[in-house]
Design a protein around this ligand. Structure first.
Ligand SMILES: [Zn+2]
Length: 277
């Protein structure tokens, strides 16, 4: 705008139009003097660093970015963990009651690709019902098994009426192309903040789970700020597969969004000892 207005030809006569042009030029110079000097000099203390996975905003410094994130540093029941030597017990089975949907809302949050799930789908475990809110992805996996990560991990996030969270974690390993993800992977939003809708297919999150649904179970936290605790974790022992191309497509948009494993701090870690369903 400055270039356009400030270089209007200025006449030397008393033509009212030229006087108006002179006035505009004067105002332009005054406004530029008042404001242009401030451009790009926002004081650094007013900038809030958004959490992420880089050195300057990654897991090691999450707690320093916001007072609400202190659990990320001080929490004793944090996730993810390395799954090693779990105690075999007969765990309560999980009932999955997921509905099909034709409305997929796929969002690039800047931290992951997240798919919002319509109301009415839930799991039931130990007499408590948790609604499926959304599912999203991490690469590489956040939980590890015996120190080994998988290529990716899917988290299906559920919440009870009381506000308690239960997350079902599913490991993803490189293998055959997985057509059940096609409605999402066909249109992964590549720009942070971008949302896409797919209303052309019938989709059910139950199809994303492996056949055998035996679980590891422990009590942990969100793996992202604010790292809230009291989250019930159910990590399926059987991984699912995706092709290398599918995994690469995700990593091209969201590289390395995994929080490192956290100390168990004496927590109980279980593995289901009953036969696979
Ligand atoms: Zn997650």
């Amino acid at each position: 705008m400055e270039g356009l207005i400030c270089h209007l030809p200025i006449g030397r006569d008393s033509n009212p139009l030229h006087i108006l042009q002179t006035f505009i030029l004067t105002m332009c110079v005054l406004m530029c003097t008042a404001s242009c000097g401030k451009t790009g000099s926002v004081p650094s203390h007013t900038k809030k660093t958004e959490w992420g996975y880089e050195v300057e905003n990654g897991p090691d410094v999450w707690a320093q970015l916001n007072p609400k994130y202190t659990l990320c540093a001080n929490g004793k029941y944090q996730s993810p963990i390395d799954i090693v030597n779990p105690t075999p017990v007969k765990l309560p089975s999980i009932t999955y009651a997921y509905n099909s949907t034709t409305d997929l809302n796929i969002q690039n949050t800047g931290h992951t690709i997240q798919v919002a799930y319509p109301e009415g789908s839930w799991i039931e475990v130990d007499g408590a019902r948790y609604q499926l809110l959304q599912f999203h992805f991490h690469a590489p996996s956040e939980h590890t098994v015996g120190g080994q990560p998988f290529d990716m991990e899917m988290h299906l996030v559920h919440e009870s009426e009381e506000g308690n969270l239960a997350v079902v974690g599913v490991f993803i390993e490189s293998g055959r192309e997985n057509a059940d993800f096609t409605p999402i992977w066909d249109q992964l939003p590549s720009v942070p903040g971008e949302s896409l809708h797919n209303e052309s297919v019938s989709f059910n999150a139950i199809d994303l789970l492996p056949g055998p649904r035996s679980i590891y179970h422990y009590d942990g936290s969100l793996t992202t700020p604010p790292c809230s605790e009291g989250v019930k974790w159910f990590v399926l022992t059987t991984p699912i597969e995706m092709s290398e191309a599918q995994i690469a497509a995700f990593k091209a948009i969201i590289p390395d969004n995994n929080r490192p494993v956290q100390p168990l701090n004496g927590r109980k870690l279980f593995v289901d000892s009953t036969e696979n369903e």
